[in-house]
Design a protein around this ligand. Structure first.
Ligand SMILES: [Zn+2]
Length: 91
């Protein structure tokens, strides 16, 4: 699989680190319950189809990227810098 980094161009998967689903929002640290933090850290969906994911280009520009990928075919629909992503792009 190759990812078209918006800064570096088309690069091999080995240059990237996968974080996971981009949709969960981190609970407010001090006010969050233990249960809410557990859910945020450990409980993730594993959907079939389009999913917006976070990837880190560790062997390139070291930018966080929001990658919209079909988990069934690995087809990548879009790649944008994570700070420019629109929440719910895979919906
Ligand atoms: Zn890059």
């Amino acid at each position: 699989m190759r990812i078209a980094c918006p800064h570096c161009g088309l690069r091999d998967l080995q240059e990237f680190t996968y974080l996971g689903d981009a949709s969960p929002s981190r609970p407010d640290g001090l006010a969050a319950t233990e249960s809410a933090m557990f859910d945020y850290v450990y409980l993730r969906e594993n959907p079939r189809g389009l999913l917006e994911e976070l990837w880190f280009h560790n062997a390139g520009c070291r930018a966080w990227l929001a990658v919209c990928r079909d988990t069934l075919t690995h087809t990548i629909q879009s790649v944008v810098p994570a700070n420019k992503r629109k929440k719910g792009a895979a919906a």
